[in-house]
Design a protein around this ligand. Structure first.
Ligand code: NAD
Ligand code: MG
Length: 399
């Protein structure tokens, strides 16, 4: 039996994770759950899964949750704040952590669990973008099992020659195993066919209405700007140890081929499935066995179109900005991620236009000077400086 911590249990990935866990009570026991502010849903999850510890974002949320748990007759430790998130993911009883907090807030509890050698199911791509080298060395030195949950990376993991080693045994050695490149597929998002002029006037709700996937609002906006794919290029670089030149992106509007690996002999191996995150989640939870994900089968008895096309970098410059940050290295990806988080938040709150997201990220990326060390402290400092810089620019845009 695996003992699970779900970081971000009330989010889209968190809820899907608990759906898979619910279907296999003989395989999984939930030890800890964390959520930022959705106390009603968290209380219901506590009633059903009876974790020993839960963590919320604030003292006020903790009070409200405690009140609800008391009326339910549940005795569960409720804590709040960043240190408590680490306590939840590093509990001795936990052997598997689903990292499904959105954004930079997910880094610390995830990397601390990795240092202890726990199995990490990584959905929180921002953690790897911010601190990829540190994160991967934590995994290597503790022999943690790192399984990608992001659907593209999960697909690539399944298509690479050694899907049996989760602790990066072949990381950086794929060229010698005949791997030529990896092909990340992107749906193109809700604005795939919009002109630049049309993009100027899109609303947050339009950006969050993804054609194929149901996701949290931040990643939905990232999908619409294609920053999501940019973050995924950096994520793939760290996970698989491949240089940027061997990581390509192509548009595949149907979201059935989740990604592919091209080999030097001309073979291309793809992983196909429904656009449903329960498939990669079940893969990670069950690994190395396969378990039922509760996902509808792909139906090949009716006609399917699978089409592929190149990305238009002119309309979706966030992808180029990500390659630029990856090429610069150092703290540039940390700055890119921080600027993007501020820009997306501001767009979602009607503070800036959709097309100002890449403008803001580009300016912060090019104008933020940080020379911190590649330590966790240096990374959090760069994150902070870039956020302040981005926030000042947002205010300037609105002045
Ligand atoms: P979501 O917004 O639906 O959920 C986010 C979760 O994180 C919630 O439980 C929320 O309470 C928690 N959270 C938010 N801010 C927090 C903070 N400051 N401190 C602590 N907890 C906080 O997001 P999601 O769509 O589930 O995505 C989660 C992560 O998984 C993201 O990094 C995203 O990029 C990645 N991911 C999601 C999908 C998807 O299909 N949804 C696919 C691939 C990768
Ligand atoms: Mg993805």
């Amino acid at each position: 039996m695996r003992h699970i911590c779900v970081l971000g249990s009330t989010g889209s990935i968190g809820v899907s994770t608990l759906d898979v866990i619910r279907a296999h009570p003989e395989l999984f026991k939930v030890e800890s759950l964390t959520a930022h502010s959705n106390i009603e849903l968290l209380a219901k999850q506590c009633e059903e899964f009876k974790p020993t510890m839960v963590v919320v974002g604030s003292a006020d949320a903790a009070n409200r949750l405690n009140g609800q748990l008391k009326t339910m007759g549940l005795h569960i430790t409720v804590e709040h704040g960043a240190e408590a998130l680490v306590a939840a993911s590093t509990l001795t009883s936990v052997d598997t952590v689903m990292a499904a907090i959105v954004g930079a807030a997910g880094l610390l509890p995830t990397i601390e669990a990795a240092k202890l050698g726990k199995r990490i199911l990584l959905a929180n791509k921002e953690a790897l973008v911010m601190a990829g080298d540190l994160f991967m060395s934590a995994v290597a030195s503790s022999s943690a099992e790192l399984l990608p949950i992001d659907s593209e990376h999960n697909a690539i993991y399944q298509c690479l020659p050694d899907a049996n080693t989760s602790n990066g045994g072949s990381r950086g050695k794929y060229a010698s195993l005949g791997v030529k490149e990896i092909l990340l597929t992107a749906s193109g998002g809700p604005f795939r066919n919009h002109s630049l002029d049309q993009l100027k006037n899109v609303t947050p709700d339009q950006a969050c209405a993804h054609p194929n996937w149901v996701m949290g609002r931040k990643i939905s906006v990232d999908s619409a700007t294609m920053m999501n794919k940019g973050l995924e290029v950096i994520e793939a670089h760290h996970l698989f140890g491949l240089p940027a030149e061997q990581i390509k992106v192509l548009i595949h509007p149907q979201s059935v081929v989740h990604s592919m690996v091209r080999y030097i002999d001309g073979s291309v191996i793809a992983q196909l499935g429904q656009p449903d995150m329960k498939t990669p989640i079940a893969y990670g939870l069950g690994w190395p066995s396969r378990i039922d994900a509760g996902v509808k089968e792909l139906d090949f008895t009716s006609a399917h179109d699978l089409s592929f096309e190149p990305v238009d970098l002119h309309r979706f410059p966030c992808l180029s900005l990500s390659y630029q940050a990856l090429a610069s290295g150092g703290l540039a990806p940390t700055i890119l991620n921080a600027a993007n988080e501020v820009a997306v938040d501001s767009f979602l709150n009607h503070g800036i236009r959709f097309t100002q997201i890449p403008e803001l990220v580009e300016r912060v990326l090019n104008q933020t000077q940080v020379s911190g060390a590649m330590s966790l402290e240096g990374i959090f400092e760069a994150d902070k400086v870039a956020r302040e810089h981005a926030q000042t620019m947002v205010k300037g845009l609105n002045a």
